[in-house]
Structure formats: structure tokens, C-alpha cells
Design a protein around this ligand. Sequence first.
Ligand SMILES: Cc1ncc(C[n+]2csc(CCOP(=O)(O)OP(=O)(O)O)c2C)c(N)n1
Ligand SMILES: [Mg+2]
Length: 1035
Amino acid sequence: MFHLRTCAAKLRPLTASQTVKTISQHKPAAPRTFQQIRSYSAPVAAEPFLSGTSSNYVEEMYYAWLENPKSVHKSWDIFFRNANAGAAPGTAYQSPPPLSTSLSALTQAQSLVQAQPNVDKLVDDHLAVQSLIRAYQIRGHHVAQLDPLGILDADLDSCVPADIITSSDKLDLAVFKERLRLLTVGGFYGLDESDLDKVFHLPTTTFIGGNESALPLREIIRRLEMAYCQHVGVEFMFINDLEQCQWIRRKFETPGIMQFTTDEKRTLLARLVRSTRFEEFLHRKWSSEKRFGLEGCEVLIPALKTIIDKSSANGVDYVIMGMPHRGRLNVLANVIRKELEQIFCQFDSKLEAADEGSGDVKYHLGMYHRRINRVTERNITLSLVANPSHLEAADPVVMGKTKAEQFYCGDTKGKKVMSILLHGDAAFAGQGIVYETFHLSDLPSYTTHGTVHVVVNNQIGFTTDPRMARSSPYPTDVARVVNAPIFHVNADDPEAVVYVCNVAAEWRSTFHKDVVVDLVCYRRNGHNEMDEPMFTQPLMYNQIRKQKPVLQKYAEMLISEGVVNQPEYEEEISKYDRICEEAHARSKDEKILHIKHWLDSPWPGFFTLEGQPRSMTCPSTGLNEEDLAHIGKVASSVPVEDFTIHGGLSRILKTRGKLVKNRTVDWALAEYMAFGSLLKEGIHIRLSGQDVERGTFSHRHHVLHDQNVDKRTCIPMNHLWPNQAPYTVCNSSLSEYGVLGFELGFAMASPNALVLWEAQFGDFHNTAQCIIDQFICPGQAKWVRQNGIVLLLPHGMEGMGPEHSSARPERFLQMCNDDPDVFPKLDDFDVRQLYDCNWIVVNCSTPANFFHVLRRQIHLPFRKPLIIFTPKSLLRHPEARSSFDDMLPGTNFLRVIPESGPAAQNPDNVKRVLFCTGKVYYELTRERKTRDMEPDVAITRVEQLSPFPFDLLQREALKYPNAELVWCQEEHKNQGYYDYVKPRLRTTIDRAKPVWYAGRDPAAAPATGNKKTHLTELQRLLDTAFNLDAYKAFS
Ligand SMILES: Cc1ncc(C[n+]2csc(CCOP(=O)(O)OP(=O)(O)O)c2C)c(N)n1
Ligand SMILES: [Mg+2]
């Protein structure tokens, strides 16, 4: 196979003007009709019927005949065959045979046709040309010159597809001829060299003709090469929508389309100056600091600015961005326009942080900025979401935030708010979250109506060569699953890059679908500025050393074109250098670092101007009787007419109705009450996760389905109050990482929404661990950004096996920031302790407490993530019910539910206090009753595990002076809550007594798969809990 890629030395940007020039040089006389195409010796005009307007008709017949000779009348068939075969003037036409045609007349006509072997070739050749055009459209990108270094193939394959002819003025004619010969001999198209100057009609699926409808083959090939095999490789033919394919073809095939005005070229140069000189400035000032510079892809800055300009011109006024480390500071400085001094002072190692928390390194911080777009003179808000080092993890977060911003401004079509995601080549191909995020892109409750993805494809990931980093041809192949067009572009051709970015932005505003720009570039330095790339990529880096920076190349080109002159260019450079120097001087005045200046999602009005909560109190989260009754009524009815629900559901609603009548709630009703009341208060609620609409355990039923009308649904929660906030409940795709990230992003946009993500079973949050570890747990500490997301994690040992039992409370508790050994010095544990914590972890044992904790989440004057271990069997447990009395005004969430039975009446006689949380409480009380030990054993429920209720548990522990203290859990000893609770409980009593353990033994798996073993284990733990001699041997 020939390797026809050109080497780097042959690379030069092909400008629109060149394109136009070369095309016009080869331009053939404009052929319109078939007789000219073939230059027949017999002008068909000599035919008596061919005159004036009839020629259009004849043309139409001819094209129809070309496609299918049988589609036209026999007389036309014969006529065209004769004409094409070179019949003498006036003889091509033969009267149609009369109906009673004699066999001899037909035979005569047929013999004339058969006598013309060229006829079949004509048809075949046209078909061959159509196939050839299609081959370029499908596979042209494989031979596009995408690598600025000229050493790697962007698709990791040096072969030229067998059905593409690569002629080129750049290529050796002999090579071209050989290739053509191979194609001919191989019989691919049946074309040969002699066909190159024949003129072919162009199908409607190409725009290479411009105003021409036919071109010589040589020109067809040349124009296809111009469109598909230069510095842009367009991957789009997998899109199964004709209009979209046509749109893209028009954008890339129309001759001369890639034209730039002088002003546009100058703007592009100025942007390249900024991008390049910014990195150079940082390098000059802090040569040994890591900054993950953009060198080798400086074109990213004009690329992003183009996308933003174009989108702004199309009506977008808010762009939310996510990006990894590479070039982040440059994007902050030159795209978002963060003050340079704020960036520079991050390099000062002596500056102290003014904010609480850990802070984060400078190339992870976010930003929010509203300004005028200089090109469109329209206001634009730009936000770059802070991100962890975990590559691509911010993708769904950006999407969620974008969705929320669209939601809050009523932008139902994504016309005003959009997202841009940046990626590295290795991460884009390697990280599964990219795929998960793509799969959210077209789901009604998750779509952001198109994201523009930009890949900084420097053809390396740290030290790993792409051939070791992915199995797909391109790093962008994942985008094909959603039919997103992918534009690969040589990043050393700034005009091609800007053109492609314009098309990408236009695509997004036209079709509201994702699109990918793959900037094929290189990395001039190592992975970071301290890294030595020659260890692992010696040849590549030898080439890189020889590579002229793109700014220099482009400046030289514009100077040679007379677009700018040398002094103007130099002045542009010194102007920006001066800006940097002045900002650097100012940065020295900064005395302190404020991470809050890097906030990506400010919540105006929610905090004081100093960023503090407006109060440190939380009102009662109770609700008046009428509202409880009203919500209960709606929850147990179908609020629309003529709507038939499933019989089983009717029974469920009836049961709900009875509960409401008895002033009681179960779990589902408690959730209804919490949601319904917050909606009345204007709080938007969004509940998302797998199968949440009905509820995995079929207890929720927030979306009713008409049994007779397909897709007719009703959400009673949206029929509660006249001016209520909207309720969104949405079944998600089967993704935890993506969807949790999305909801976290949604919750970032506003404090006035209750955003909940429910795991199907608690342990499935495993696959979203990155969002939990990198964003939810430390988000505020790293980025001074609060977030009130709620995680509902079904948890509990029900004999269902190891996989569905544990939401892994131990992991969440291990990441809580409260000190196990220090009793907090606080006047107010109710609110202040919550303010100090990194997240709240609860396990409610009653529906009322679940109701309160959801409402408290919004009524707190600040936002903290809330992790709730939710029950399974308790959803239907007859004792797991709460009275309206526990939800009325004046009631609140109970951090601890103390013993209130006989043991509490005579505390001195109590021999043991069992501390527990969640569902095991019901097993313990039943067992205690069976054993008739109510006066001997007190059972105290810890409802809020973290922050730990030191104050209340101290009270409980001291109340029973003669009792042993035991932590009882159904989980295994190395799991659950024990390790978290034990030291803290001991702190409450100054370590005066031991805290014993009653529960399952340590184990590797969360639960047994054997039902009998499960029950035996349960009985054993209950035996320990109520065997008053159990710990004697140890004390
Ligand atoms: C999830 C994850 N795994 C590994 C890393 C470590 N890491 C940081 S950058 C990098 C290479 C990334 O390559 P690429 O995506 O091509 O971006 P580039 O640095 O080339 O711009 C790696 C492996 C990480 N940050 N996150
Ligand atoms: Mg890379």
C-alpha cells in the first residue's frame, strides 16, 4: 500500500484565495448539457424537438435515464443510447414504436443499442464518479494532512483507503498514475486515465461544483481533495440525517468557502499573539513552575474565542465551560478574561490563603465572568467550572450546570445558554465518563441542546503514545455514538481551525446537537514544564524542536500576503507583553490569596456581600395540618380527568388516602409532603436517577401512566398549588458517574432548588465514586463552593445478597471532617455544627424525620451535601409510620431519637444502652419485647451520623449511669458505622467506659448470599445485643 502522506516540510496552509485561484486555473468551459459533456460529433440540437425550453426537459430525462434507463420511455432510452453512441445529426431520434410494434422494429432498435458499447461505459462511469465522490466524503479524512509534525497519522493508520484517488500537485505524478492504475486494475471504479478529462454530471449530494452541475473528472478529484484531504478531515457520513449531511457537505465542499477578510486575519493573528506570549511570559517569570502550558496548541485560544463569538452572534449569552489542566491558565486569561494579576499572584508561593479550606492548585480553579463580547457587542457570561485532577470528571457537571441555567432562564431550546467541553486526546478516548456524558446529550431531562467539544489532540498522553492509549482510529470516535460530526483539523493552520470552529458553533445553533473539533497539534514541552519528553518520545521531540511556532508561521504568511507588516506585528507583541508586565507589577500588591475570587457559580443574594450566611438559625421545618392534608389528598388521587391508572396503583393510592385520613404517613408520603411543601415555597425540586419516577421499590409513583393512551402521563406533584415551583422527576440513563455528576452540576447553579439523585441500590454509587470523592466531599474546601445535593442511597441487610445490601456508610463516614477525639465547643449544635462540616450523613428511622431532613436542607442558611441512607423494607413496614403530629409547626428533624419507653423512666436500672441507626432499630425493639427486657435495655437511635451529635449522645450516655454502652449494627464490623461512632461516643463520656459492639463479624463482602445464613447472623447479633453477660469476659 502506498503511503502518500506528505511530510511536514510540504505542509503549508491552503488559504481560501489559493483554493479559488487553483480552481479557476483548471476551470473547464461550463458544461450544462450532456452533448457538451461528451463533445459528441452529432450535436443533438439538430434533433427537431430539441429547442428552447424543451432542453431543460430533455436534461431531466437524461439524468433520469442515467440513473436508470428503464425509468424513461423506451423512445428516450433509444434516443439517449444512440446519441451517446455518436449517431449522426438527426438520426438519434427514432419514433416510438407503435403499440402494435412488430418484432422486427424492436430488434432493429436493440441492435443499434447493442452496437454501441460506449453506452454502458457512460452509465458505469457516472456511477463510478458518484461512488468516488462518496468515498471522499466518507474516507477523505483518512488522508487529510492533519499532523502538524507530519510524523503520525491522526487515525493511527498510514494506509490510504483503496477507493480514494490521491492526486495532487504536491504529489509525484508517477505515484498518482500508479495509484490510478491500481484502482483501475483492481476494478474499483473502472475509470482510467483517459477519463480524467471527461465531464461528469455531479449528483445533488455534492457541492464541489459551486455553480457548475458538471465537471471534468480531474477537477472533481482535485476539488474533493481540497475539501476533504487538506488540513481539515471531516467525519460525518455516519450521521443518519440527510439534511445534516447536506449541511456539512455544503460547508466544506463549496469552492472558496474558507475565505477570511483582512480584519478577520488580523484578529486571528492578535489572538495568537496573546495566546503565545502569555505562555512565554509565564515561562520567563516562573520557569520552574508547573503550568501545563499550551505550547504546540496555541491556536486553542482563537478556536474557543471563535466558537464563543459565533454563538454570541447567534443569541447565546451564557457559556459554561469545562476543561482539564492543559492551557487552563491561558483560557482563564485570554478567553474568560480573568484579571492577569489574579493569575500571576497564584504563582507567589509566599501568599497566604484567606479562605477556609484546603484551596486548590491554580490550574484546577474555576471562574465566572460577565462582560461585553467585543466582536458582537453583546453581553456574555463565561463560566469555567472548577475541576479535580480526575480527567473528564467535570464533563457531566458542566452539562448539569448548563441544564440548570437553561432551566432557570426558561431557555427550553438551548438558544441562550450553552456548554463547551475541552478534552485531552488520551483522556477523551480513555475515560468512560465521556461516553456516559455523550449519552445524556439527547435525553429530554438532561439535554443541553448541543455541546461543542474541543479536543487538544497533542498526540500524546503524559508519556504514552496514542497507539498504546486507544484502540479506535481517532481519540474522538466515542462521539460517533450520538451522530456528532467530528472535525479534525491541523492546528498549525489557524485559518482552517477558525473556519472549523465557526462551522461547529453554527452546527450547534442550527441543529442543537453535539459537535467535536479535534485540534491535531503537538506538545512542545513535556507533560508539564518540569518533565523530560526525550526519555520516551525522542524522535517526536526532535521534530518538535525543529517546528516553527504557529504564531511565527502565521505572521510570516500574513506579512507575505500584505495583511500586516513587520512593525505592526511587533507592536502587537509588545503591546501584550506590556499588559502582562503591568499586571505582574500589580500582582505584587496582592497580600493575600482569595479562592472566592475563583468561584464558578456565585449565588447572588443568598449570602451576605462578604460571602457569609445571612443567619445561623434554621426555622422549624414543620408544616400546618391543612397543607399536610392537601398534599396527602393529591398524593392519593389522580388530579386530571379521563385518566385511567393501573388497578394495582389504584389500590396503592387508596391505601395512601386511608393513611392521610388517619393523619399518618409512610415513607413515600413523607417524601411527598416534603417535596410538595417546598414546591409551594417556590423551591424547584429535581429528582433524578434510575427508575426514580416509579421508584425502584414501586413505592413512589410520582408519574402516573394512562393505561389506555400511549405516553400519556400525569405528575400529580405538579398539580398541588396554583403558583408552585415546577417539579422535575426523571428516570435517568443507566449511568451513575454521569448522572450524579450532572445533578451535582445542576445543584451548583442555584441554592433555591432541592436536587436529589437516587441510586437504584446504594452500592451502585460505587461507579460514581469519583464525583463523591472529588466534588461532593471536598468541594467546598477546595473551591469555596457550596452544594446542597441530596443522595438517596437505599441501604439495608434484607437477605438479598452481597450486591444490593450496602450503601457503604463506612466510606461516607470516613470522609467526614469532624474530629473523633474532640468534643466540639459549640453553643449551637443544631446549625453551627452543620455549617462546619463537609457533608451531612443521616439514616432516618421514621418517615417524619425523613420529611424534616429534606425540608431542613432548604431552610438552612447555607448549603451542604446530604447523604441519606434510605430504607427498603421500611418502605412498607407497618411500624415505620409517622403521625402528622410529628410534622406540625414547631417540630424539627431529630438528630437523635432517645429511648422513651420504660427504660427511660427508670434510667438507673437500665443495664445496657443500645445505640443504633436505621432499620435495625425495628429488629431490636421487636426482640426486646419478645425477651421482655424493656426496662433493662434502652435503645437510642442516632439519626444524624455526621456531624456527630456529641451533645445529645452525651446526654443519653450520662442518663444511664449503670448501663453498658453498646453500638449495634446489622452491618459487618469492618463496615457500617462502628469505626466512626465508637471513638466519638467515647469522647462524649471522656472515655470513661468501653463502647461494645453487637453486629456481624468482619467480612470481605457486604452480606451473605444465603438467606439462611443471613437470618442466623441476624439472630446472633440480636442475641449479643440482649445477652447482658456478653461482654463480662472482656471487662
Ligand atoms: C482519571 C485520571 N487518570 C490519570 C490521570 C493522570 N494524568 C494526568 S494528565 C494525564 C495525561 C493526559 O493526556 P491527555 O488527555 O492527552 O492530555 P494532555 O496532557 O496531553 O493535554 C494523565 C495520565 C488523571 N489526571 N486523571
Ligand atoms: Mg494529549
